[in-house]
Write a protein that binds this ligand. Structure first.
Ligand code: PEP
Ligand code: MN
Length: 288
């Protein structure tokens, strides 16, 4: 299949994968495996404290948390906004982890730039070309989620907007697409992820939470993504998923996340890879 016009996003014969530096020494695109985890939405100090402490303790490299939430219903919890961003920023500093949060529109961008290391472009915004163009002008790393109705070519062309505007610090994220089957929240396109990873210069991660919507499937799909060559994962973890204000049914408990982190190294080593930052973690006594 040809990908027309995504010339900067595609890998030439001599191209290596773009190295994307997220901060605090976490780099994607060097063949190692990076785990980003945290709650879907930042709800309050205690919830974020518990979620962040747990994911850090179990070895996550990047902390996620939504402050502006794109909800299907206007009556659902919309996120804490700037208050949430401040809490996330503080946790990142305390735990020495880069933090990622979703920017929903251009008016939020200046605020996001003050608080987050990595900007997330959500599935609903993959086609928001004015947002892509504004983010391109920053040099902030970006996680670009695949739209749930987007072809692989359209996803790569969205990345091309960022590249063409001068920002190559892009991590692509497969988060499931809408198919004829609506049993699960989405259909995880692992083959599409692997196809893009073979042909693109950009690192590609998988979000096993939104792509399934089902807690019990998050661990197996995470392991499958690792086996299929993904550069990392973006996972939702909540201290008490039954009380979550957003996406509780797909959130891992801290215990489940811990057991995933214990299992991943074996899958990675079976395919000749390892976790990001294992050496540098050891070098600073595990406090990186
Ligand atoms: C999220 O990461 O919480 C989110 C809203 O993701 P998506 O844009 O993939 O639906
Ligand atoms: Mn979510």
């Amino acid at each position: 299949m040809a990908v027309h016009g995504a010339k900067k996003a595609m890998r030439g014969p001599a191209d290596e994968t773009v190295r994307v530096s997220l901060g605090h020494g976490v780099t994607l695109g060097d063949g190692s495996f990076t785990v980003m985890a945290g709650p879907c939405a930042i709800e309050n100090t205690e919830q974020l404290d518990k979620a962040s402490g747990a994911v850090k303790q179990h070895g996550a490299h990047v902390l996620r948390g939504g402050a502006f939430k794109p909800r299907t219903s206007p009556y659902s919890f919309q996120g804490l906004g700037e208050v949430g961003l401040k809490l996330l920023h503080e946790q990142g500093k305390k735990l020495r982890m880069p933090v990622v949060s979703e920017v929903m529109d251009v008016t939020q961008l200046p605020l996001m730039m003050d608080y987050v290391d990595v900007l997330q472009i959500g599935a609903r915004n993959m086609h928001n070309f004015s947002l892509l163009r504004e983010i391109a002008k920053t040099n902030r790393p970006v996680i670009l989620k695949r739209g749930f109705g987007a072809t692989l070519e359209e996803w790569l062309l969205a990345a091309e907007y960022l590249l063409d505007g001068g920002n190559d610090q892009i991590v692509l994220c497969e988060r499931g697409i809408r198919s004829f089957d609506n049993t699960l929240r989405n259909t995880l396109d692992l083959a599409g992820m692997a196809w893009v990873r073979e042909r693109s210069r950009l690192p590609v991660i998988v979000d096993p939470s939104h792509s399934t919507g089902v807690r019990s499937l998050v661990v197996p799909m995470s392991l499958a993504a690792a086996a299929a060559g993904a550069d990392g994962l973006l996972i939702e973890v909540h201290p008490t998923p039954e009380n979550a204000l957003c996406d509780g049914p797909q959130a891992l408990t801290p215990e489940m996340f811990g057991s995933l982190m214990n299992t991943l190294p074996a899958v990675l080593s079976a395919t000749g890879r390892k976790m990001t930052g294992v050496d540098s973690l050891a070098a600073v006594g595990g406090t990186r």
